[in-house]
Write a protein that binds this ligand. Structure first.
Ligand SMILES: Cc1ncc(COP(=O)(O)O)c(C=O)c1O
Length: 384
């Protein structure tokens, strides 16, 4: 803030631990401050700036849609909403043919669980330790450390926790009273920890055997970030429900729940609702994001540059790299906080995680070789 308003320095509620930098403009993978400092952004505002800043295709789509029809709700059908849904289900795993649009990741998970409870008539959910699914009531209840996040007077339903990647514990927990098994195929907030294909396959099998629904939360790892449209496709495992958000509209609030025809047939009119979800500006951007990823071959770019990052970032303070695609965790010998501060001194932004020794990288899909060079050089200079 440049002006102090008493009694606080800002009219904003002071709930965020903020960085001491104030961006005023962004272009590509770069943020600029008022004084002209340039930061290479490997974090994208919690994985949201999927195609970086000011992407011409997104700016054009937003401008065109804003001039045509700024807003209408789901009370009317919209061509742009139907086009966005068609693009998203085509981009998504084959078999998930219907989309319900919302505004955020937590809202997507809230609705996915609502659908699972209604479809199964059951009331228990199985979740994986370390998971982050959001801060609303249902999403918070299946988020690790929910005692801390939760903030409501009581838990809305029973949750059983299984240790990370423990297929035997999962099989024991998924019994006939379980409505849903919810997993983040690559746990983001936990530090870019990828669940193994074996665990995800076991989750599919045990959920099917128990008549429970399998939910993949791809809010953070979806939309091309793994180098595949979704982790479901990377592993060839089809969940019953898939949620996504964050980069879905490249920086405009949007989330979605994808389901197959079988589940869709059982969801009656009025069972789900939203005012802003499926709004035309978000929908025009969803369509433009997917078209750009496909037209510019960005999934191949993610796979190629991720291989470089995984190989070359093991230098200086970094002892190992975990995760998939452009959702990577750099395991650091010193505390991640120190490494992040030293990267910021070198004008590079990255993220922390729940693991005090993991720096999280969530770069835009438009990243270039020169940006990888810059990060690797900065890490090298640090000398452990
Ligand atoms: C995997 C995952 N699910 C859900 C959420 C919640 O998304 P939102 O903050 O948009 O509600 C997040 C946010 O970090 C996330 O990483």
């Amino acid at each position: 803030m440049t002006e102090a308003n008493e009694p606080g320095a800002s009219a904003l509620l002071d709930v965020f631990d903020q960085l001491a930098l104030r961006p005023v403009r962004g272009e590509g993978a770069t943020l600029f401050t008022a004084s002209g400092e340039r930061y290479l952004d490997f974090y994208g505002g919690h994985a949201v700036a999927l195609l970086g800043y000011g992407h011409p295709a997104l700016v054009a789509a937003l401008d065109r849609q804003a001039r045509t029809l700024f807003f209408q709700s789901n009370v009317v059908p919209l061509d742009v909403r139907e086009r966005a849904a068609a693009s998203l289900v085509r981009f998504g795993p084959p078999g998930l043919t219907r989309a319900f649009f919302v505004n955020s990741g937590a809202e997507a998970n809230e609705n996915a669980l609502r659908i699972a409870f209604a479809a199964s008539g059951r009331a228990r959910v199985v979740a994986v330790e370390g998971a982050f699914h959001g801060r609303t009531a249902a999403a918070g209840a299946v988020t690790a450390g929910h005692e801390r996040w939760y903030g409501f007077p009581s838990q809305p339903f029973a949750v059983s926790w299984v240790p990370f990647d423990d297929a035997a514990a999962l099989a024991a927990a998924v019994t006939g009273d379980v409505a849903a098994v919810i997993v983040e195929p690559v746990q983001g907030v936990a530090g870019a920890r990828a669940l193994s294909r074996g665990f995800l396959a076991a989750a599919r099998e045990t959920a099917t055997a128990a008549g429970a629904l399998l939910v993949f939360d791809e809010v953070q790892c979806g939309m091309g970030r793994t180098g595949h449209p979704f982790a479901a496709q990377a592993h060839g495992i089809l969940p019953d429900l898939l949620t996504t958000a964050k980069g879905l509209a490249g920086g405009f609030p949007a989330g979605a729940v994808l389901v197959g025809e079988g589940l869709a047939a059982g969801i009656r009119k009025g069972a789900l609702g939203t005012t802003f979800g499926g709004g035309p500006l978000a929908m025009a951007l969803v369509e433009a994001v997917i078209a750009t990823i496909e037209r510019d071959g960005l999934l191949e770019r993610v796979r190629r540059l991720s291989a470089r990052l995984q190989r070359e970032c093991v230098t200086g303070p970094v002892t190992a790299v975990q995760g998939m695609g452009f959702l990577l965790g750099l395991r650091t010998a010193p505390p991640a906080k120190e490494v992040l501060a030293r990267l910021r001194e070198r004008r590079i932004l990255a993220g922390g995680s729940a693991d005090a020794h993991v720096v999280r990288l969530l770069p835009p899909l438009i990243l270039e070789d020169a940006h990888v060079d810059e990060l690797v050089a900065a890490l090298k200079e640090m000398n452990g």
